[in-house]
Design a protein around this ligand. Sequence first.
Ligand SMILES: [Zn+2]
Ligand SMILES: [Zn+2]
Length: 251
Amino acid sequence: MSSGETSSLFISLWRGILSIVFPSHCVVCACALDPAHRVCLCDRCWSKMPQIRQPFCPKCGVPIESTALIPFDIPCGECRLTRRPYGVCRSAGVYDGPLKQCIHSFKYEGRRELAEVLGRFMAECADRELAEAEYDALVPVPLHRDRLRERGFNQALLLARELAKRRGSPVAPDVLARDRGTLSQSTLSRRERLKNVRGAFAVGERGAVRGMRFLVIDDVYTTGATADECARILMKAGARAVDILTLARSI
Ligand SMILES: [Zn+2]
Ligand SMILES: [Zn+2]
């Protein structure tokens, strides 16, 4: 094990111990928080959350280089080649730095209370980028039941609930269902990614879809295959429009 790996192991162990013994410590930098501080992230780390701001692709939201010759209202290369089944996709921040650490603690260390601060981060993005849109419901991307059993909660559902509190739209967790698990997307090619998620989702038996306008919520946009597939299934079932909002995006 390298000294870097040893020190990051030590830091995460130390954070874990601190969070159990003294729950009022920042989940990222482990600084002590005032017990009255309601969230477990300090103001300094909050201010360093890597937001995604213009210029980005108007369709899929990927940050793009903009110059005087390339205006930022032109879709990215991938969106020009691929027909996206959704209206727009936006992500609140880059999957890096304090945001990545928070998501890691939230998902893998069971720190559910982080949903509040992460939901706020997402809501600020929705206020900036999707302010005009009115949605009939927020639809969390469902987790496969094995993963749900292992983790104990669906992170996308907790985020959707936080967003719902701030936006006033209802959460509709039954609109999408997960038919089967998928392989990790990170090492697959685009074609393999699409094949991997094809048929992984279905419209839930109790979900009303026809004529509805949905905002699909997920934690991390990695390859876009999940966003594309969820939107495709909903549009095929008669949804009027589907947009996507994720907390973070791998760049
Ligand atoms: Zn901090
Ligand atoms: Zn794009």
